[in-house]
Design a protein around this ligand. Structure first.
Ligand SMILES: *Cc1c(COP(=O)(O)O)cnc(C)c1O
Length: 388
């Protein structure tokens, strides 16, 4: 149950669905002839699972992908009928609904193939199954040593009519560092896993390895499809490693709040918990009613900037659970009043702070900044021509 709305919203997470649509169309053009799988896990990286998925399809996303089957089934319930992959199950999960809904599941181990095959028999239709090889991330997937056993298990389930192998994939550890030697190693391991499949007589189906960073920085890793998450939302997957602005992708999320109070404080006044910042001169401050309870990173304390009344203003002192204090400066406060708009996150092309900028000063990544924004007290709104 969301909080009762205020008008206008106290804190608004605004999502421009046309940006998602246009980013997908652009990425698709960049990676063709490979197809694009738009990753909408974790509530569409904070942008809204169903809304982001709809916008991605409108931009031509050939596939959608989620982490869990529940996320995939939520998309089916919302009417998405296209190719849809998920990759994170846990022993004991009921896989029948996903099989029945034609969702592609991913197996990391022979046990999972057996569980998927059992679900397929229970449902009375073959399951769509992709196989994941761990090429060096050491997260999900079969290690090279375990790969032949996984492929053989899939071949047996295929021969029994329980599964159709629709894809084979892996995931990079260091794609945002294009010169990292792990990238070449992982791609070589992927190629050798594909060769093993050929030896064992299993058609790999759709082959995919690249995430956003690899899609942009390593065209040779595109294979048949790329899985783009963060770039879909217009956030740079690899800051500093390339000319991001030249790509023409635009951020879909902005976060806006209304100033709750403006006041003058005197030189020597300590600001916020711990008095991490003390005013060196008489100055004006604005209270902005968004804090770490709404996804504002606490590590942004004293280092991030907020756009208020058309100017960048420094965040002063500690980020609290519900609010932050922004310094307006000694002379400029007359332009800001209670109710003025404070833009925490937005489009750097309009002078607004970007998720990447917030991430850099806070010691995290743009992914975490956008994915955590929102929550019970905030209002998330969707905009654009895309019919969400
Ligand atoms: C999250 C995820 C992606 C998308 O990564 P981005 O860097 O956001 O493009 C792709 N593949 C897998 C397996 C993932 O977990």
């Amino acid at each position: 149950m969301p909080a009762p709305p205020t008008t206008p919203p106290r804190v608004e997470v605004r999502v421009d669905l046309d940006a998602v649509r246009d980013n997908v169309a652009r990425l698709r053009g960049l990676v063709a002839p490979a197809v694009l799988m738009a990753v909408v896990k974790a509530d569409g990286y904070g942008h809204g699972l169903v809304e982001a998925a709809g916008a991605a399809r409108a931009g031509g996303a050939d596939w959608l992908a989620t982490a869990t089957p529940e996320e995939a089934l939520a998309l089916r319930a919302a009417g998405d009928a296209g190719p849809l992959l998920c990759w994170l199950t846990t022993p004991g999960d009921d896989l029948r609904p996903a099989v029945a809904a034609g969702v592609d599941l991913t197996a990391y181990a022979p046990d999972e193939v057996a569980a998927v095959a059992a679900a397929a028999r229970a449902v009375g239709r073959p399951a769509r199954l992709q196989l994941k090889v761990d090429t060096g991330l050491s997260r999900g997937g079969a290690t090279p040593a375990g790969w032949p056993a996984l492929v053989r298990a899939a071949a047996a389930a295929r021969d029994a009519g329980d599964v159709v192998v629709t894809g084979t994939w892996s995931h990079f550890a260091c794609a945002d560092e294009p010169a990292h030697p792990a990238n070449d190693t992982q791609q070589a391991v992927f190629d050798s896993a594909l060769a093993t499949m050929a030896d064992l007589g299993v058609d790999p189906g759709l082959r995919h390895l690249a995430n956003s960073a690899a899609a942009l920085l390593r065209p040779a890793a595109a294979y048949d499809a790329v899985r783009c998450g963060i770039a879909t939302y217009g956030v740079d997957p690899a800051p500093g490693a390339h000319d991001w602005t030249a790509l023409g992708l635009r951020p879909a999320m902005s976060v806006r709040a209304r100033v709750a109070m403006v006041k003058r404080i005197e030189a020597g006044a300590g600001v916020s918990y711990g008095h991490r910042w003390t005013a060196p001169h008489d100055t004006w401050v604005a209270l902005v009613p968004a804090g770490y309870g709404d996804g504002v990173p606490r590590h942004a304390s004293d280092v991030a900037e907020v756009l208020v009344a058309g100017r960048r203003r420094p965040l002063r002192g500690t980020v609290c659970m519900d609010q932050v204090v922004v310094e307006l400066g000694p002379d400029d406060a007359d332009r800001v009043e209670p109710g003025s708009e404070a833009v925490l996150l937005g489009d750097p092309a309009r002078g607004e702070p970007s998720a990447t900028e917030w991430a850099e000063v806070s010691g995290t990544i743009g992914y975490e900044v956008v994915t955590r924004m929102g929550g019970w007290r905030t209002v998330r709104t969707h905009h654009g021509e895309v019919d969400a």
